[in-house]
Design a protein around this ligand. Structure first.
Ligand code: DSN
Length: 416
């Protein structure tokens, strides 16, 4: 990507892209939901496929001239089916929340009860936040992590499900570091005749890379974004059992969306092709090894990791509980040295969402750059140094230089 045309035509945007390239190269990216796509994925996103309108589905479009677009969308669908063993796939959702909206619309009526993981413990906005469509349109019954273990207790989930009889059970998260017991969720749902919906946005790449168990064989419907561990373009998809295929497709289009983004769907096909290669399994395995190494390195420095560790790509650090640094302070101090993370609530957090006790860290992006377990020790040292010296601007400037020198040893795909 040399951006020659933008450079000549629009200097302001060119400079912004260049500055962001520099930030990505010189910093350490620990935001659990971020990653770096390949050059091939970037090229597909930047292709002329963006010029087309193709409302409808392959073979049944509302616009002419879609015979080639049909092939691109068809490839994305076939590859996703192969990757996840799904019966039916819709690759058109523009992002995670619209995908989830389509699932609710396909399976429920407004007012219906949904059992979902409590938002302040790791659930997602679209799993029932009061200001989100999910919280406004549906009756959300939360389940929680246990206070002592900070792990979801499936007996408690069962108890709540039997009592509340929701029409749908939603299993998924954006800040939970433990494996989900998909099979048990399905068994519980079957006892009350509830639909099962898994949102695997965070762990889709780890499932595709065969490192974590998949809900696809058990669940009625599974949604995911495509840009996190799956390392594709910004977007989403829905997988489901054949019997829900028509309802899901109708809910995506015309229910929620109009024209699909065909350049993005082609980029999804490219990313799924990458994820089908054996190297992707190694990548997924290394993400988890790195997360475990980072978690242990921080524990050795006295940071408390929520639930005592991680099974996946992310961890929550109880900054306030272990170091009396708030999540907001930590995010700011680390930003000053070029380490990107996000503040996050921890289960039973005594503090407020805008300045919670915790931070969330993840290893998908640093693993894409080729970092290994030993590098996680260095990352933990740099983080610790920045946090200790958070009030000392000149020390922070020194640490920023160290972060830069360390980061530049690891190339970012798509940036020269
Ligand atoms: N915003 C994403 C995350 O950071 O987890 C979830 O959609």
């Amino acid at each position: 990507m040399n951006y020659q045309n933008i450079k000549e035509q629009d200097r302001q945007i060119y400079e912004i892209i260049k500055r962001e390239e520099q930030r990505q190269k010189e910093g350490i990216e620990l935001i659990a939901s971020e990653n770096y796509v390949s050059k091939a994925v970037l090229e597909a996103m930047g292709s002329v496929l963006t010029n087309k309108y193709s409302e409808g589905y392959p073979g049944k479009r509302y616009y002419g001239g879609n015979e080639i677009i049909d092939q691109a969308e068809g490839l994305a669908i076939e590859r996703a089916k192969e990757l996840f063993g799904a019966e039916h796939v819709n690759v058109q959702p523009l992002s995670g929340s619209p995908a989830n909206l389509a699932v609710y619309m396909a399976l429920l009526n407004p007012g219906d009860k949904v059992l979902g993981f409590s938002l302040d413990q790791g659930g997602h906005l679209s799993h029932g936040h009061p200001l989100n469509f999910s919280g406004k349109l549906y009756t959300i019954i939360p389940y929680f992590a246990k206070k002592d273990t900070e792990i979801i207790d499936m007996d408690e989930v069962e108890e709540i499900a039997l009592r509340e009889k929701p029409k749908m059970i939603l299993a998924g998260f954006s800040a939970y570091s433990r494996s989900m017991d998909w099979k048990r969720f399905k068994e519980i749902a079957d006892k009350i005749g509830a639909f099962t919906f898994a949102d695997i946005a965070h762990v889709a790449g780890l499932i595709a890379g065969k490192q974590l168990e998949s809900p696809v064989p058990y669940f009625d419907v599974v949604s995911t974004t495509t840009h996190k561990t799956l390392r594709g373009p910004r977007g989403a998809m829905i997988m489901c059992k054949e019997k829900f295929a028509k309802d899901i497709d109708k809910a995506v289009f015309p229910g929620v969306q109009g024209g699909p983004h065909d350049h993005i769907n082609a980029a999804k096909a490219v990313a799924y092709g990458e994820a089908l290669r054996p190297e992707f399994r190694e990548y997924a395995a290394q993400i988890i090894k790195n997360a475990k190494a980072l978690s242990s390195a921080l524990q050795n420095k006295g940071y408390r990791i929520v639930s005592g560790g991680t099974d996946n790509h992310l961890m929550l650090v109880d900054m306030f509980g272990s170091k009396q640094i708030t999540g907001k302070e930590a995010e700011k101090a680390l930003e000053k040295v070029g380490i990107s993370i996000n503040k996050n609530m921890i289960p039973y957090d005594p503090r407020k969402p805008m300045d919670p006790s915790g931070v969330r860290l993840g290893t998908p992006a640093v693993t894409t750059r080729g970092m290994k377990e030993a590098d996680m020790e260095t990352v933990a040292e740099l983080m610790d140094a920045a946090l200790i010296n958070r009030a000392d601007e000149s020390k922070l400037a020194e640490i920023k230089q160290q972060v830069k020198e360390f980061s530049l040893k690891f190339p970012v795909p798509g940036i020269e």
